[in-house]
Design a protein. Structure first.
Length: 313
């Protein structure tokens, strides 16, 4: 039960932008620990962190937050219907499947190191690079190259040529959601889905405008293990995720099986609309923190200058 409470508090913090865990606990308690109702009360009025007393109740998705093998998702799931613990493999450096998981802090730290090493390696150029690309970055670069070679360089989404952790960090910095595409080269529906849906101009433009896009092949280590983490059971497979507190990611939407461009845009549009308030709130909070920090620095500088003037006099 303790883990369930922490998951709900962490999710409410991530979605609403409220940094105080005690306040989130009070909001959840006021709504009888109904997570969806608590989220609705905040996102319906993002300017106030107080729970709305008249918010209409929404179906609870508590089972999805704690379940072992999850049931198939309904056609129209609400936001953040599942919390996903990230796999061990990103830090282990591809030593194979290892039972267990790690906290996102270490997972993301590994991504920062990977990106730093990749920049150092790329700076040397071509075959003369002093450092090889980290496996996750090399796989991402290969995926982008193979996708563009098969379906064209222009029409598809701008997939990030970086590991999953780096793409997740970039989405956080840009206050966007992360669009994930897991590529199954041998699936009979893959060519039509990529060429007819993902590479359709309206779909690609919508993804590029509203998401950071990351893709990976399930034939490769990172793509395969992300498919396990996201419980991908049907292909073509796409997902929308965002970083969470408590060292997890939130799975906001799964998109499984063939989809027309219109269906894809409809699904993604709904997810964006449901998450816009929380993303805007997070951006505003970050800007306020930055402005407050600058103000304190200016005040400290003025105070030090005044002290120096007094000492001279």
């Amino acid at each position: 039960m303790a883990e369930t409470v922490d998951d709900k508090v962490g999710y409410l913090q991530a979605v609403t932008g409220i940094s105080d865990p005690d306040l989130c606990t009070e909001i959840l308690a006021a709504h009888n620990w109904d997570l969806q109702l608590a989220v609705s009360s905040i996102t319906a009025n993002p300017s106030s962190p107080e729970p709305a007393t008249s918010a209409a109740p929404r179906p609870s998705r508590e089972a999805d937050l704690v379940a072992a093998p999850p049931l198939p998702p309904p056609p129209q799931p609400g936001i953040a219907w599942k919390l996903v613990t990230l796999p061990f493999y990103v830090v282990s450096g591809g030593v194979g499947l290892i039972a267990g998981s790690i906290r996102l802090g270490a997972w993301v730290a590994g991504g920062v190191l990977s990106r730093s090493l990749s920049l150092l390696g790329l700076a040397q150029g071509g075959a003369d690079r002093l450092l090889e690309l980290p496996p996750s970055v090399a796989e991402a670069v290969d995926f982008v190259a193979e996708f563009e070679r098969e379906f064209g360089a222009g029409p598809g989404p701008r997939f990030a040529a970086e590991g999953f952790s780096d793409a997740l960090q970039r989405a956080q910095r840009e206050y966007k959601l992360l669009f994930v595409y897991l590529h199954s080269p041998d699936h009979p529906d893959t060519p039509a889905f990529c060429g007819g849906c993902l590479c359709a101009e309206p779909v690609a433009a919508f993804i590029d405008e509203n998401f950071v896009a990351w893709g990976g092949s399930i034939r490769r280590t990172e793509g395969f293990k992300m498919s396990n983490s996201l419980n991908a059971s049907r292909f073509p497979f796409c997902a929308v995720v965002m970083a969470s507190t408590n060292q997890r990611i939130m799975l906001l939407q799964q998109i499984e099986g063939p989809k027309s461009p219109e269906e894809m845009i409809t699904i993604l549009q709904r997810v964006v609309e449901e998450c816009t308030a929380s993303l805007v709130a997070a951006r505003i909070e970050a800007e306020e923190r930055l402005n407050n920090q600058r103000l304190r620095e200016e005040q400290d500088a003025a105070y030090r200058a005044a002290l120096e003037t007094d000492q001279v006099c």
